[in-house]
Design a protein around this ligand. Structure first.
Ligand SMILES: [Zn+2]
Length: 430
């Protein structure tokens, strides 16, 4: 199917300034952007959409999260990571079933789509039910079974690998699968090594939480003599070009950072989760100057507490500027790239995250009549520093609409709200 999006406004940083926009026609050919030009004559049979009311951008890529945790939202607000996990999350997660995960994931996907996200990362359990939700919602995702190795290492590895084989490159290429060893403090180094080896064999990425709290590093160093990143590198886990997506990386030395740069790893920053759990604030000057591919994630909604990339990006930008006492250390265009193309690359979607010919047609249509985008004199600036997610009018993924004029196409939101509330009550009383 061929669609022509007529007279859309697009960002045009290629003209040398962040604030440039231009009006173009976009031809969507199947799942991809076929052509972008000042004017296009629609081919025979093409559907033509008057999109003159919209700013069109690539969809956001949420590079780290646990979608189903919307169902645990609000259960614990005033505790640090360790107590939050062990006293509040793990006991309730033990009571969850596949349908709880399915509806929790759908709620997160709905929130994400409605605030302009088209690609998601996930690490959780009952991951087949997350894949089912992603497929129905029509979005793109890289999914992993989150695994700890405290018991039955072999069985957990086998299950992770079976999931990867079952789901990688499925749903018309919208779903990729990966390995998800949870964190250094819930796994053994031997387990981490094996995850990397299997991921390398299958050509998929490894998602892992790394260097999230100071306690994680202190405890690991006491046991193994070095920080997790340094120890894994010394043990050769990162040899032979693994594809590593490290979430958090709040507490990093220049050496840790250089290791990640040298193995071409990506870091998913989760500023709001780190702030709320009291985990700390990264040395952004170090990270920004390191050459590591930086991207942005919301983390799970039980620690954040929503799945809104616009909010995440804004807080990230504010904390970067504030904590480095440098208003010019990060440009609007760089922030936007972290939330789009950088994240897509980290998740293995190489043709996602840019508005260019041949790229995936994953597009967000922002209503130019929304007051948060007025007066329109610098659209990148308005997006990052002012836009409200209600300005997201419509969203397209792989050339298909997943939301039209605020109506979700593949998700029955009333039913999802009802199911999540009912199931959250059950978990609260458990
Ligand atoms: Zn996480």
């Amino acid at each position: 199917m061929i669609q022509v999006l007529r007279s859309v406004r697009v960002l045009d940083a290629g003209r040398g300034s962040d604030d440039a926009t231009r009006i173009v026609d976009i031809l969507v050919d199947g799942m991809k952007i076929g052509r972008i030009a000042d004017h296009l004559d629609p081919p025979m049979g093409a559907s033509v959409v008057d999109a003159s009311r919209y700013l069109v951008t690539p969809g956001f890529v949420n590079a780290h999260g646990h979608l189903a945790m919307t169902i645990l939202r609000g259960f614990a607000d005033e505790v640090p990571l360790d107590a939050w996990l062990r006293n509040y999350m793990f006991p309730r997660e033990a009571l969850m079933n596949g349908d709880d995960v399915y509806y929790g994931a759908l709620l997160a996907l709905a929130e994400g789509i409605m605030s302009g996200t088209t690609t998601f990362a996930d690490m959780y359990f009952f991951e087949d039910d997350v894949a089912r939700a992603v497929d129905e919602a029509g979005v793109r995702a890289n999914l992993s079974t989150g695994t700890a190795s405290l018991d039955d290492e072999r069985g957990r590895l086998e299950k992770s690998e079976e999931f990867v084989v079952r789901w990688n490159n499925k749903a018309g290429g919208r779903i990729k699968a990966s390995f998800g060893p949870h964190a250094p403090y819930t796994t053994t180094p031997a387990f981490i090594r094996e995850n990397f080896e299997r991921a390398r064999d299958l050509g998929v990425i490894v998602q892992i939480h790394l260097h999230e709290t100071r306690e994680e590093i202190t405890g690991f160093t006491k046991a193994y003599g070095a920080s997790p990143i340094t120890y894994y590198a010394e043990q050769g886990f990162f040899d032979n070009s693994p594809r590593l997506l490290a979430a958090h990386c709040v507490h990093m030395t220049p050496r840790d950072t250089a290791i990640l740069r040298d193995v071409r790893a990506s870091i998913a920053l989760n500023v709001r989760s780190n702030l709320k759990l009291g985990s700390g604030i990264p040395d952004y000057r170090l990270l920004l100057g390191s050459g590591v591919n930086l991207c942005v994630g919301t983390d799970g909604a039980a620690s954040n507490d929503n799945v809104d990339m616009l909010e995440e990006l804004r807080v990230l930008g504010l904390v970067m500027k504030g904590s480095t006492m440098d208003a010019s250390g990060i440009s609007n265009a760089s922030l936007l790239a972290m939330a789009t193309a950088n994240g897509a690359g980290a998740l293995g979607f190489d043709d996602v995250g840019t508005l260019s010919e041949g790229a995936a047609a994953d597009l967000v249509f922002w209503d130019l009549e929304d007051e948060s985008l007025c007066p329109g004199n610098n659209m990148v600036s308005h997006l990052i520093w002012s836009a409200n997610s209600r300005a997201v009018d419509s969203v397209m993924v792989a050339g298909s609409w997943v939301m039209e004029h605020r109506q979700l196409v593949g998700i029955d939101l009333d039913k999802v709200r009802f199911e999540v509330a009912r199931r959250a009550r059950r978990l609260a009383s458990g």
